[in-house]
Design a protein around this ligand. Structure first.
Ligand code: NAI
Length: 242
């Protein structure tokens, strides 16, 4: 059976993606680092819609935890593999660069960039062997345009965009597609400290986006219909930056 894994699936965009992929028929693995309660709420919501979901806790920034969780899961599911990977887990530690501490830089690099690497390399071999896979990386407007106060975060998202394009070329012959989705401002915990009323005046559509809108784009990229789209970065930002 083909499963979908969503990193950071306990809330926000990740939760909406879990629901979308479950609606598309995938049993979903909900990854989370520490908030079990929120992950269980995502699982409840998937099951309430008639879907199937399992929790798969690990810290994406720890290669040991990633390998162990995926090895254990593979052993207990010998007839299944993870065919869809959504690299969604991400953090912000904003500061202007002159004030940025080494920890703020490293935490963001370890989670957003190294986490992408640890999880993707581990699952790629199954996708290549089975000759089907979908890898969808949640990047950001910040990685395309650059945003002040986010040199660490912009650097990670731009790096994942580069990796998306390179990996798409490595994996295409095996029918594994690799794409990136670049949201603008989306109403989640990550943006709750931002002033939506001021920021929305800059957005042509005039509001923040919803996690469900991002999830529906991810759902399309995960589908059979998107088989000929790879190495792309698709913005979803209300026209803020196109
Ligand atoms: P959120 O803060 O609500 O969710 C982030 C998720 O990542 C949480 O479930 C969190 O537990 C998980 N996570 C963080 N560190 C982790 C780790 N080390 N291991 C496993 N899971 C970890 O934020 P949101 O908005 O749902 O963000 C999801 C993705 O979308 C992130 O990659 C973020 O950078 C990106 N994004 C969000 C935008 C927004 O406006 N909300 C805009 C552009 C991109």
């Amino acid at each position: 059976m083909k499963y979908a894994l969503v990193t950071g699936g306990s809330r926000g965009i990740g939760r909406a993606v879990c629901l979308q992929l479950a609606d598309a028929g995938y049993p979903v693995l909900i990854n989370y680092a520490s908030n079990r309660e929120a992950a269980e709420e995502t699982q409840r919501q998937v099951e309430a819609r008639g879907g199937k979901a399992e929790l798969l806790p690990f810290n994406v920034a720890s290669p040991e935890e990633v390998d162990k969780a995926i090895d254990d899961w593979s052993e207990s599911h010998p007839d299944s593999y993870i065919a869809v990977l959504v690299n969604n887990a991400g953090i912000r530690r904003d500061a202007m660069m002159v004030f940025m501490q080494t920890e703020q830089w490293n935490e963001v690099i370890n989670t957003n960039l190294n986490g992408f690497f640890y999880v993707t390399r581990r699952l790629l071999k199954y996708m290549l062997t089975k000759r089907f896979g979908r890898i969808i990386n949640i990047v950001s407007l910040s990685g395309l345009k650059g945003l002040p106060g986010q040199t660490n975060y912009s650097a990670t998202k731009a790096a994942v965009i580069g990796a998306t394009k390179a990996l798409a070329q490595e994996a295409g012959a095996r029918k594994v597609t690799v794409n990136a989705v670049a949201p603008g401002f989306i109403a989640t915990d990550m943006t709750k400290d931002m002033d939506e009323n001021t920021l929305k005046t800059m957005i042509p559509i005039g509001r923040f986006g919803t996690p469900e809108e991002v999830a529906s784009l991810v759902g399309f990229l995960a589908s059979e219909q998107a088989a000929y789209i790879t190495g792309e970065v698709i913005s979803i930002n209300g026209g803020l930056y196109t």
